[in-house]
Design a protein around this ligand. Structure first.
Ligand SMILES: [Zn+2]
Length: 71
């Protein structure tokens, strides 16, 4: 069943590229954001100094990490 194999392959590749994109999104890069990229709230300067390249406020980061654990 070559068609089924192709489909499985396609799904697998899609999954991998999604996982990679997700991984890259979660990698801190460049300077820390002043505003949370999730909710747009200002990220406290203290947090930005502790976590270089952080892009989310503590609330959104916590939510994100909880979501990832549940998967
Ligand atoms: Zn936020």
């Amino acid at each position: 069943m070559p068609d089924e194999i192709d489909l499985a392959q396609a799904i697998n590749e899609q999954f991998l590229s999604d996982a990679l994109a997700e991984h890259q999104r979660n990698q801190p890069s460049g300077p820390a954001a002043t505003l949370c990229e999730e909710c747009g709230e200002e990220i406290p300067e203290k947090r930005r100094r502790i976590i270089p390249g952080c892009r989310r406020c503590m609330e959104c980061q916590t939510l994100l990490e909880n979501r990832r654990r549940c998967r």
